[in-house]
Design a protein around this ligand. Structure first.
Ligand code: ATP
Ligand code: MG
Length: 426
């Protein structure tokens, strides 16, 4: 029989790696809670139609990257490639009138059939934030500041914020007319992929990574020059407010983002430390999405952070596991029962407790406690069991040396006092 293996582009995260994930996630979630952003969880599996309508047929994601299949009821289903369309669907379905303004986050796996490489997987994870119902420039600034701050809070260096504006729908249509004319004339100087996009998704050509195409595009009409006065003003207000907050940015006129639904503000945060998959966060305004999906006219803006790339960027300090506070060494029939009881009591405190279940010799159990660098140990052997007490020992962390105390198993108060004085004391 062939060996069973995970699918290409998917990854097992094992306990040692997850220490970093959990430490990073903890900070992310704390930051979001502090900004009063609420969590939403939507299904991983959705109707294929949702993404075709929500993301757009001409996008790479929908045309090449989706995991789509028929279920047993012959319905076309897709593993979500991103989170925004599902959030929009869920809100529309619930009815938005009673709650027109919402700040939401989601986190979880996404699926795209791409060529796997460092920082690019077929099952990957995103943390996304969506501000629904907000149309002011201030909401754009708050979204960008939030993304910037969560990344900075993790101590990530070499961050670059790139911004652009895509204008509104009519700005884009005006631009597209003259861009299409230019594309027809310059078609032969473009790479094949870009040539194919002319009919499907011309705006995306601006985002081409092909060097020759990039060069040719330098002479293309600029979307920026087709913006209405109102769109111009919006964009310059946005930049001014970023300056007030001292958030550094660079303008990138070719930043169009992969999905169809964006309007006005588009942004990406990249890091020089990431190599070729440099974008850790992408976001933008999508004022038309909810209406286009059958909901009320609702402006919105959001971003998504790629967690695999974020983990690559986060420092070694996040790889440090929390120390065991108390390791319970125990042996003998009664002692083992008492130890079990004690471990349950100890879990009522904010302590990391490990009950040794090995039944092996004391010296082996001591070794294990040592290896874990446990701050303290509890010893219950036959002697202690008959006396209904246990030895609790704190290992020297500073100058005051190892401390040992004998506590009665029935004296919860004595135990609590010891914990407060020795383990929980700041
Ligand atoms: P890229 O240009 O890298 O393909 P994208 O524009 O397709 O990114 P978005 O749809 O904006 O990406 O998703 C937001 C973030 O999710 C990206 O900036 C990236 O950090 C992460 N991401 C996207 N696709 C993948 C993937 N296949 N594997 C790992 N992370 C990904
Ligand atoms: Mg992509």
């Amino acid at each position: 029989m062939n060996n069973l293996k995970n699918l290409r582009g998917t990854v097992d995260l094992l306990p040692d790696q997850l220490i970093k994930w959990q430490n990073v996630e903890k900070i992310l979630l704390e930051q979001l809670a502090r900004a009063s952003i609420k969590e939403i969880r939507t299904p991983i599996l959705e109707m294929t139609e949702l993404f075709i309508r929500g993301i757009g047929e001409g996008t790479d994601v929908v045309s090449k990257e989706m995991y789509t299949f028929l279920d047993r009821g012959e319905r076309s289903c897709t593993l979500r490639p991103e989170g925004t369309a599902s959030v929009a669907r869920a809100l529309i379905q619930k009815g938005m009138s009673s709650n027109p303004l919402q700040k939401l986050w989601y986190m979880g796996p996404m699926f795209r059939y791409e060529r796997p490489q460092a920082g690019r997987q077929r099952q990957f994870h995103q943390l996304g934030v969506e501000f629904i119902g907000y149309d002011s420039v201030r909401s754009d600034v708050e979204i960008v500041a939030l993304a910037w701050d969560v990344l900075s809070k993790l101590g990530i260096k070499e961050l670059n914020l790139e911004i652009n504006t895509l204008g509104d729908v009519s700005d884009r249509l005006n631009f597209q007319k003259s861009f299409l004319k230019w594309l027809e004339i310059n078609k032969n100087s473009l790479d094949l992929d870009s040539q194919n996009r002319i009919t499907k998704n011309p705006l995306r050509i601006l985002d081409s990574k092909d060097i020759q195409t990039k060069k040719t595009l330098e002479n293309a009409p600029r979307l920026f020059n087709f913006l209405s006065e109102k769109s111009h003003k919006r964009y310059s207000d946005f930049k001014k407010q970023l300056e007030v907050l001292k958030i550094p940015y660079v303008e990138n006129f070719n930043l169009v983002r992969g999905l169809d639904y964006y309007t006005h503000t588009a942004f990406e945060i990249t890091s020089g430390a990431l190599g070729s998959q440099a974008t850790v966060c992408g976001g933008g305004r999508y004022d038309n999405l909810i209406k286009q999906m059958g909901g009320p006219n609702t402006p919105a803006i959001g971003f998504a952070i790629g967690l695999e790339r974020l983990i690559l960027l986060a420092g070694k300090e996040f790889e440090v596991p929390r120390n065991t506070d108390i390791y319970i060494i125990n042996q003998g029939f009664i002692a083992e029962q008492l130890a079990m009881d004690l471990s349950r009591k100890l879990r009522n405190y904010d302590l990391l407790v490990e009950l040794d279940l090995s039944g092996s010799s004391f010296s082996k159990q001591f070794k294990k406690a040592n290896k874990l660098k446990s701050k303290s140990i509890v010893v219950i052997g036959e002697d202690e069991a008959t006396k209904k007490e246990f030895i609790i020992r704190l290992f020297a962390q500073s100058d005051n040396g190892n401390k040992e105390e004998v506590i009665s198993l029935e004296n919860d108060f004595g135990l609590e006092k010891w914990i407060n004085n020795n383990l929980l004391a700041k």
